[in-house]
Design a protein around this ligand. Structure first.
Ligand code: PMP
Length: 408
């Protein structure tokens, strides 16, 4: 949309308008979790003040209202990722649960000994461990696409790993640690050519990049609400209808059944087959406001603004004495991961916090990637739509001062 200003956007985020350690908060930990606009907070409050009831079973008015609001988010999520059918949207508590669901409900049934699963060397632990668990359970083999020095993967390295035994490929769209944007369209089509299914971890892509599951033609896609200005505890797992239908349930319980008797149980249709128990109704309801927030701004503005921030960050930071960027891919989201020679990342994080600047330090749940670079962790500054060029300048000044004082 036109006429959007960052100043107006900032006004919608009450949390940003506070001092931390006596300084105006600068929140650069968006890749861990983003902040929520007032519309999302209002939706949560409204739900608890007026509509709170359990969904799908009740005939009373509140139960109907809660169900309608819950299912309205499913419809919004369908539109958000352009799924063909609303039944292809499964609610989870986040990306991790989405991947675990697929590894268990698809993998336990359809992957067996000797089959191969491919991931990349830059995956979040939540796209590594569920596959390691599946491999232990089934005797399947996990193969890893290597990461180059600049934090990219090469398609020819992926092709070299593909065989007729490849059953599943699970890759991150945008790396949370480095910001690298992976060539997922090519990965999906090459994987399909050998008959493998593909899951896209879109946790970091959702706030930065338009998602179109029909165009991508992925079999699964997982995302988290809290990375895209929504509440914690809600995520979306997309699966193609025929793939979801072929799968076993993930967990057993209420909602996911059609008929239960001690002689045997039949299961509900998708997506309910995968939604055992009372879901996180309130956060799902409020997540719709987050989808509307992102759609209201639009990816043109989001992308353009975040690229402005990234370029400013590179310009101001890369010249700092001893500054070492980690991950310098050509195609990169608004994440700057770095080390400074002679200053420990944890110390940098602490001293920045003393100046009101929130960054993340450590391995960012990507220990194998850190091992690949032979480091324990980095400092990561990750930018969102409400961040400003002025904040980056303040950050660069603060970092310069800290480095001058503490660099040995
Ligand atoms: N994948 C990536 C790329 C992520 O950044 C994250 C969250 N840091 C996850 C998966 C896991 O998401 P969640 O913790 O919301 O389940």
């Amino acid at each position: 949309a036109t006429g959007i200003s960052v100043a107006e956007i900032r006004k919608q985020f009450p949390i940003l308008h506070q001092e931390v350690n006596g300084k105006p908060l600068i929140y650069f930990d968006n890749a861990a979790t983003s902040q929520t606009p007032q519309s999302v907070i209002d939706a949560l409050v409204h739900y608890y003040q007026r509509d709170n009831a359990n969904i799908h079973r009740g005939i009373h008015t509140l139960a109907e209202r809660a169900t309608t609001a819950f299912e309205a988010t499913r419809k919004a999520a369908q539109g958000f990722i352009n799924a063909r059918e609303v039944e292809e949207i499964v609610f989870t508590k986040g990306t991790s649960e989405g991947i675990n669901l697929v590894a268990q409900a698809y993998g336990r049934k359809l992957i067996s000994e000797g089959d191969e699963i491919i991931i990349t060397g830059m995956e979040h632990h939540s796209n590594i461990v569920p596959w390691q668990m599946l491999c232990q359970q089934t005797g399947a083999k996990l193969k890893v696409i290597p990461v180059a020095e600049n934090g990219e993967i090469k398609l020819e390295d992926f092709e070299a790993l593909l065989t007729e035994k490849t059953r599943f490929v699970s890759v991150v769209y945008i790396s949370n640690s480095l910001g690298t944007v992976n060539p997922v369209e090519e990965i999906i089509s090459k994987a399909h050519a050998v008959g493998a299914k593909v899951l896209i971890d879109a946790a970091q892509a959702a706030p930065h990049h338009p998602l179109d599951v029909q165009k991508l033609d992925c079999d699964f896609l997982a995302l988290s609400g809290h990375k895209m200005y929504g509440p914690t505890g809600v995520g979306v797992l997309y699966g193609k209808r025929e793939v979801l239908e072929a799968m076993d349930p993930y967990q057993g319980g209420g909602e996911m059944i059609r008929d239960v008797s001690f002689d045997g149980t039949t299961y509900n249709d998708i997506p309910y087959k995968f939604e055992a128990g009372t879901p996180n109704i309130a956060d799902v309801v409020a997540f719709k406001a987050a989808i509307e927030f992102v759609e209201g701004i639009g990816y043109d503005f989001l992308h353009q603004h975040e690229m402005t921030l990234l370029e400013r960050g590179k310009e101001k930071l890369y010249g700092i004495d001893g500054f070492q960027p980690i991950g310098t891919a050509e195609n990169k989201a608004s994440v700057i991961s770095f080390l400074v020679d002679g200053v420990h990342p944890f110390d940098l994080g602490m001293w920045l916090d003393a100046k009101g600047i929130a960054v993340r330090t450590g391995h960012h749940c990507t220990q194998p990637l850190m091992d690949h670079f032979n480091i324990d962790g980095t400092v990561r500054a990750s930018f969102a739509v409400y961040n400003t060029v002025e904040e980056i300048d303040t950050f660069a000044e603060a970092l310069t001062e800290i480095v001058k004082k503490f660099r040995k």
